[in-house]
Design a protein around this ligand. Sequence first.
Ligand code: AMP
Length: 490
Amino acid sequence: MIRIKRRSPTDPKYSNSPGRPRTIEHQQSIIRPKVVLGNKEKKGMTMNFESFNLHPHIESGVRAFGYTEPTPIQIQAIPPILQNRDVMGQAQTGTGKTAAFVLPILQRLMDGPRKRIRALIIAPTRELAEQTHEAIGQLGRYTKLKSVTIYGGVNQNLQISKLRSGADIVVACPGRLIDLMDKGLIDLRRIEVLVLDEADRMFDMGFLPDIQNILKRLPVQRQTLLFAATMPDDVRDLAESILRNPVTVQVGDGVPVSTVSHAIYPVDPHLKTSLLMKILGCTDTASVLVFTRTKDRATRLAKQMKRSGFLVTALQGDLPQNKRQEALDGFRSGKYQVLVATDIAARGIDVSKISHVINYDMPDTVDAYTHRIGRTGRAARTGDAFTFVTRPDRAFVWSIENVLGEKLERRILANFDYTIPAPAAGKGSGRLRPSGKRPGLTKVPKETPARNAHSSSPASGARRGRKDLSQFPFLVDSPQMKSRRSHGMR
Ligand code: AMP
């Protein structure tokens, strides 16, 4: 298994080179950034958090949280935010972008009145809102500043009573926030700083009208910060209309974090579940996040895996909030080693030790691939991303390769019978045949050591029940890859 070496967050290689195209069709829409680098970073010196001159209580919170060096997005974004500039940040999850805006907000709020809502952070999902709230709690633990989360799917009374007892920062999802504004239950007249976090995802989820509605009702005099993993045209238009002379900072250019190694597994659709369980049984994994395309598939797959003895749970948008929280907490604590999720439900999951992201189903867009993969390799840890590829996914593989600028490793799993025919229609197509004993999740079974279990060599594919890559003709190289090779590139 290829592993990319762990890097220091300030390693210049950690931030991908600006200006690298994401996809051909998006190439035009990428904002060309004016990247702001601290002087020390320019000289290649190591930076520490003391360089930001944060309030000692905030510095203590940073230390207590275990951060020693700021990440590139923090180095770029914190100084201009501290200078009260509007900022447009292109940074995906996993880069440390939350602290990049939370720390200067805490700094601003240290002076001035308490228990008045002076900062508003808008997030697309409850999970992201909760994580941001937690980060504020951790980083601001010595500041006595209070944050409150506001989102739907839970009773609003508790949120209202927390607001009444006084908050300095609100982290909200758009829908419930508008409800409370309409009912006069939240006072946003003193907002000094607004953050739109994961703005691209808010667009994907159709929140633009809500955002515009909220923006109209906020003080005009304010600092505005907009963060997004990718900058399609609609996000750029919004940014241009609401940010005043912004400083643009960028890490990654929409390319998945570089601490992640990527591999694809060609497979017929009816064998996906058994392939997944086989991979988990013979790979050294810690926490595994599996993505399916639909809520129903997430639920069904988790049930099938549970029956086979995996410590697994599902996270999908139809679950009530308490169940979602239980699934997330259980995944974080290690009670569940596998979390099967849909894209939207998984948005913002911050479990720092996810070792593997497995795309059971291909995502719909390259951006969604980036977001999914951003769940592993967080904050300079290493991770592996496996993607199951069926025949119709071929063009998509090409798009991802185009964005990454390299060919994805194709893998065939040894000791896996790729020749089992699909069951007749209506007889449980894609369902797992009982495997008996639960495969070890963290232990590698002796008969299939991880280093030998994955193979793309024709020799290992020659035995009965195996395939080699030539038997998956749809995985030929993309025209771009062929041309790169003919020009002597990777
Ligand atoms: P984010 O991109 O904000 O979701 O952060 C991803 C993960 O990186 C979270 O678990 C953060 O707590 C962690 N993190 C953020 N900044 C740092 C830092 N300077 N050093 C180490 N970990 C960090």
